[in-house]
Design a protein around this ligand. Structure first.
Ligand SMILES: [Zn+2]
Length: 210
């Protein structure tokens, strides 16, 4: 310590100035590096929290969903990711695998709900929240209601999705129309015969209601 102090005092004003400048640069680099890390799609700190299952805040969880959506583009899927969390801890995640799995229902939210239910061994996700990189389509919104999730957060909205030809708004518009005016032809057939199943359900005494 003493040796360092002596050598420092022996430095000329010029070298001292250089030393201050290099320290200033170092501080600036560290601050900039920290800022870039903190503002990236998903910072290393957030990734570490995921790994260690440390509670994350809303923005950190949404950044995870966004990071999944970005990764999924490179992995041959659609640009959508979702995270289901309980008390800030990630329970399950999902990405869009429609084309990869030949499954039109493999949207990020549905995939995350399936994974969360399997992990928690339940069909009821009360107490959990979903973070999805895009406003859910009607199918996923329905699944979110069915799963009884406490709250939904989304980043991109359905109009953003429409801009890249994912036209969820078309289905929302269809739902608002009477059956006869929708693009999908629909016809009621054999209602009386189908009601038999409902009658059996009503009479069943050991059913698991949901
Ligand atoms: Zn969907």
């Amino acid at each position: 310590m003493k040796k360092t102090a002596i050598s420092f005092t022996k430095k000329t004003t010029h070298s001292r100035k250089n030393s201050y400048l290099s320290r200033l640069w170092l501080v600036l680099l560290l601050v900039a590096g920290g800022w870039v890390t903190a503002c990236g799609p998903q910072s290393e700190k957030e990734a570490a929290k995921t790994e260690n299952n440390i509670p994350m805040n809303e923005e950190e969880l949404m950044r995870k969903a966004i990071a999944l959506s970005i990764e999924n583009v490179a992995n041959g899927g659609g640009p959508f990711g979702a995270v289901i969390a309980k008390d800030g801890r990630i329970v399950a995640t999902g990405v869009n695998r429609v084309t990869a799995n030949h499954d039109p229902t493999a949207h990020a939210e549905v995939s995350a709900i399936r994974a969360a239910c399997e992990k928690l061994d339940t069909f009821d996700l009360s107490g959990c929240e979903i973070y999805t990189s895009c406003e859910p389509c009607p199918m996923c919104l329905g699944a979110i209601y069915w799963a009884r999730l406490d709250k939904m957060y989304f980043a991109n909205n359905k109009d953003d999705a429409k801009q890249i030809d994912f036209d969820d708004s078309f289905i929302y518009d269809e739902l608002a129309l009477p059956l006869s005016e929708r693009k999908l032809p629909a016809e009621i057939l054999l209602r009386d015969e189908a009601l038999k199943a409902f009658q059996l359900w009503r009479e069943k005494t050991d059913k698991i209601e949901y």
